[in-house]
Write a protein that binds this ligand. Structure first.
Ligand SMILES: Nc1ncnc2c1ncn2[C@@H]1O[C@H](COP(=O)(O)OP(=O)(O)O)[C@@H](O)[C@H]1O
Ligand SMILES: [Mg+2]
Length: 624
């Protein structure tokens, strides 16, 4: 890395530290005060030790007796200094710890908060593993130098104090200090510059390793069933090996510089003794002063390292901060409007798409985004059910996302009761529409918490009502603890169909005025699926039905819809009742029939399932 870039890292690192200080000025002041107190006491201790040697030890040797009064005074001074040093260390450590962990917590909150605010389009472009490492190790790395920072600032004050006191003692000894201290400082700077690229590389690899691990866990099922354990392990091992090499190169550099940083102050002490002996003979200084200065050089060596610690952590801090800032400054936020729909009226909503065009943002900015939807227009009238039918990749899920404003159209409008969804407040949108997605997501919590989501007005009664509508009351009642049953992470203790019905109940519990079902009951038994939809269209409690936009494949389900919209390649090709489309649109009839056949094959027992090993000795392994 060019030295210009390293200087850049130093400047940017100091700016990151400046930001930290601005955010926690009081705690920082406490920590620095503790550190300065410690530094001044280090200098004071050197002069007291010098004084003890010059005024007590030397006369004692000369006279053969110890002056009791002076000795007691020296002991009291050393004790007082020690107490103040302890107070200083305590203040510094406590302050630095508070500051570091408070900043970490604050920025973790900000980053995760930002994740929730950023639109789906942003999440599509960013891997989950990266997001995890942004909130975790990047936030930590950004604030690492905070721990030694107060120590380093106190040390700078101490060095200035030391040089001043050296000049007050003797100019020749002061020159030794002026040679050694800047050399120490320079060595630390060189060290941190060399460290910069190595630390940045290690930090990047940490994120990549975490990303690969996350992907493997996420795809555990695929990895196992496809027998890809070995490849996944190899992929992980390769990156983990790179991280190891990067960290070893960090260690090697430490191995070279640490001894130099240790040795320099010792050389300084040696120089003081040589120069001091000459000055002593010339009568320029006395024994007290010589011992004080020599001792000062010894005790200064350790605190000076604190400056090196801060400088060495700066590159990593800058790398971490850059990645954190990328999240905090990410654009593409979807601003909400000010309009509200009156959710108090329990009437269903009218959804309308007007000439909607949409394309996902390309993965790389220079590529053109392909159009996914072209001129899509349709209406879901209040209280009606509209089925979206079309082959995989036709754009059904995209239409569902637009309907609940997970994404915004490129051109055209999506309106709810005539109001552009972009003009609605976030709360109004959430109160009026609900999406049940293709892949059900269940929180690692109780059934009750999963459905109520802490929403006001959703008590046990409402939860049970929603479960009944979703045909889920039966299996929930049969669970060991009913509503209090914990469902595992991602609902692993539930079947796919049960998970889908729980997420449906969650949507229903909010009494949405528009319900969007994106193939949300595909894992539910076909008869139950039709029963759910029929129940939603004519609620048992006599209330108004919600308007429903449902992505469906099964004939029985589609047949319940008031209107079917047939999409292919992002365009509405036909609309009408199920019977009309079956009669007039060849692609539609083919699709519905093909799906039915596929499902029948899946559900019907294979012919040889009935064959027992006794009647056919060859059919021993029956794969159900
Ligand atoms: N996040 C995404 N980024 C880029 N392209 C996408 C994304 N999601 C879907 N697509 C593309 O948009 C088209 C429509 O997808 P989708 O709406 O999921 O179809 P359907 O639900 O009908 O199967 C497909 O060509 C698909 O590849
Ligand atoms: Mg889909």
């Amino acid at each position: 890395m060019a030295s210009g870039t390293s200087r850049d890292v130093l400047g940017r690192g100091l700016r990151v530290l400046g930001r930290a200080i601005r955010e926690q000025p009081r705690i920082f002041a406490v920590a620095v005060a503790g550190s300065v107190l410690f530094g001044l006491m280090v200098i004071a201790s050197a002069y007291v030790v010098g004084g003890v040697v010059g005024k007590v030890v030397v006369p004692a040797i000369a006279r053969g007796s110890v002056a009791g009064g002076v000795l007691a005074l020296a002991a009291a001074a050393l004790f007082g200094i020690s107490v103040l040093r302890v107070v200083g260390i305590f203040g510094r450590r406590l302050g630095a710890g508070y500051m570091q962990y408070r900043l970490q917590a604050a920025y973790r909150r900000r980053v995760t908060r930002r994740y929730l605010d950023l639109p789906l389009a942003w999440h599509h472009r960013n891997a989950t593993g990266t997001l995890l490492s942004n909130a975790n190790s990047d936030v930590e790395a950004a604030w690492y130098p905070i721990a030694p920072l107060p120590f380093a600032v106190g040390t700078l004050v101490m060095l200035v104090g030391a040089v001043v006191s050296l000049f007050l003692t003797d100019w020749a000894l002061a020159l030794v200090g002026l040679a050694v201290f800047p050399a120490l400082f320079a060595l630390n700077v060189v060290y941190s510059r060399r460290m910069a690229p190595r630390q940045a590389r290690a930090q990047r690899l940490r994120a990549e390793v975490s990303g690969i691990a996350h992907e493997s866990f996420d795809g555990a099922l695929v990895v196992k069933t496809m027998g890809r354990e070995a490849q996944e392990t190899a992929r992980f091992a390769a990156r983990a090996g790179e991280l190891r090499d990067a960290l070893i190169s960090v260690g090697k550099l430490r191995g070279v510089f640490d001894p130099m940083l240790e040795t320099l102050p010792s050389l300084g002490t040696l120089a003081v003794l040589v120069v001091g002996a000459v000055r002593l003979r010339q009568g320029a200084i006395d024994v007290t002063e010589l011992v004080s200065v020599a001792f000062l050089f010894t005790v200064l060596a350790f605190p000076v390292r604190a400056i090196g610690w801060v400088l060495a952590e700066l590159p990593r801090s800058v790398a971490g901060w850059d990645r954190v800032r990328r999240v905090l400054n990410a654009t593409g936020e979807m601003p909400y409007g000010e309009a509200t729909l009156d959710p108090a009226t329990p009437t269903p909503a009218t959804l309308a798409f007007r000439d909607v065009h949409f394309g996902y943002e390309p993965a790389e900015a220079h590529l053109p985004g392909a159009e996914v939807l072209g001129a899509v227009s349709f209406t879901v009238p209040a209280g009606k059910t509209v089925a979206l039918v079309g082959p995989t990749g036709a754009g059904k899920s995209t239409i569902a996302s637009l309907a609940v404003r997970l994404v915004d159209p490129g051109t055209g409008t999506v309106t709810l009761d005539g109001v552009d969804v972009r003009d609605l407040t976030a709360a109004s949108l959430a109160a009026n529409v609900a999406l049940v997605a293709q892949v059900p997501f269940v929180f690692d919590d109780t059934v009750r918490a999963n459905i109520a989501l802490d929403r006001p007005g959703v008590g046990d009664e409402e939860v049970w009502a929603a479960l009944r509508l979703a045909e889920a009351d039966g299996f929930v009642a049969a669970l060991p603890d009913g509503l209090d049953t914990m469902v595992g992470e991602r609902g692993t203790s539930l079947s796919g169909g049960q998970r889908q019905r729980l997420t449906l109940a969650r949507a229903l519990a909010g009494r949405p005025r528009l319900l969007v079902l994106d193939d949300a009951t595909s894992a539910v038994d076909p008869r139950v699926e039709a029963a759910i939809l029929a129940g939603l269209r004519t609620p048992a409690d006599g209330g108004a039905p919600a308007s429903i936009l449902v992505v469906a494949y099964r004939r029985a389900t589609i047949a319940l819809a008031d209107e079917v919209i047939y999409v292919e390649h992002g365009r509405v090709l036909a609309r009408g009742t199920h019977a009309e489309l079956l009669a007039t649109v060849p692609g539609y009839a083919d699709l519905v029939t093909a799906y039915e056949q596929a499902e029948q094959e899946r559900e019907q027992p294979r012919p040889y399932d009935e064959v027992t090993p006794l009647t056919s000795g060859l059919e021993i392994e029956v794969d159900r």
